[in-house]
Design a protein around this ligand. Structure first.
Ligand SMILES: [Zn+2]
Length: 267
């Protein structure tokens, strides 16, 4: 009897594995320009991701049109490149600062931050030829960020029109008080996801105080352009100190990613 048990168990286990659960994706229909949540079998997942679907439920609102640009209303939360290759998660701070290849992390290495703020990526992930943004989207260039900023009245007030409203203290939002100028009139819904600094002494910094997003534009061998919004100002700017001559952030910083839709000449 014992001799038969193991093969039987193996068959039972094999049959169980042959009935995989379905996975939710937010499927984008190019023809209608709308998105809806569908459930697909794991073996069909790659096809859906390849035509630009996102993992998980569709957000109630996927994107917002600001002037001629269509921006996602949530930070990127993927763990694979566009072709399905995994992006490594790097937890250890000393390993993180040495990276010159793409990686992601949770703020504070805490998975609970991901659903709200998305994941933090170094710039090497932004620049990977396999593509970080889903099909149909891209990481904005510095010039595209400037277009957004100009559209919202200039860098000194654009951040206020992008920030989600409310404060931690009042229990009405995720930004610390005073959340200066915040109206979210653009629908961008900027959240203060913080940064992984690339500085071993600090590591993570700025959650609830600052939002940081990469651009796709390199500045030098180890630095790239980005944008930030702050809890106590209404700016959307390049970062503290840059106006007075400091260079842009190091590429080994971990920042949020906000995608903008590819321009489609047929639309
Ligand atoms: Zn699909």
């Amino acid at each position: 009897m014992k001799k038969f048990l193991s093969p039987l168990l193996a068959i039972l286990l094999f049959s169980a594995c042959k009935k995989p659960g379905k996975i939710k994706v937010c499927h984008y229909d190019v023809a209608s320009g709308t998105s809806k949540t569908i459930e697909v079998y794991p073996n069909a997942l790659a096809v859906h991701l390849a035509h630009g679907d996102l993992l998980g439920d569709c957000p109630a609102v996927l994107s917002t049109t600001i002037c001629d640009q269509d921006w996602m209303v949530k930070n990127l939360d993927v763990t694979t490149y566009r072709n399905g290759d995994p992006i490594p998660q790097v937890i250890d701070p000393s390993a993180w600062v040495e990276l010159t290849t793409g990686a992601w992390c949770y703020y504070d290495n805490d998975p609970a931050n991901s659903a709200i703020y998305g994941k933090l990526y170094n710039w090497y992930a932004v620049n990977d030829p396999r593509g970080l943004a889903p099909v149909g989207w891209h990481v904005p260039s510095d010039a595209e960020w400037t277009m957004l900023s100009n559209c919202l009245g200039g860098y000194s007030i654009a951040g206020g029109k992008m920030k989600s409203t409310g404060t931690i203290e009042a229990g009405t939002g995720l930004w610390l008080s005073p959340n200066t100028g915040a109206t979210n009139s653009s629908g961008f819904t900027a959240l203060p996801g913080g940064i992984r600094t690339g500085d071993l002494a600090i590591d993570f910094s700025g959650i609830n105080r600052s939002a940081y997003w990469w651009s796709s534009t390199s500045y030098s061998i180890d630095r790239a352009w980005s944008r930030q919004a702050l809890f106590d100002l209404s700016i959307l700017d390049w970062g503290i100190g840059i106006a007075s001559g400091e260079p842009p952030f190091l590429k080994n910083n971990g920042m949020s990613i906000r995608c903008v839709r590819d321009w489609n000449a047929n639309q």
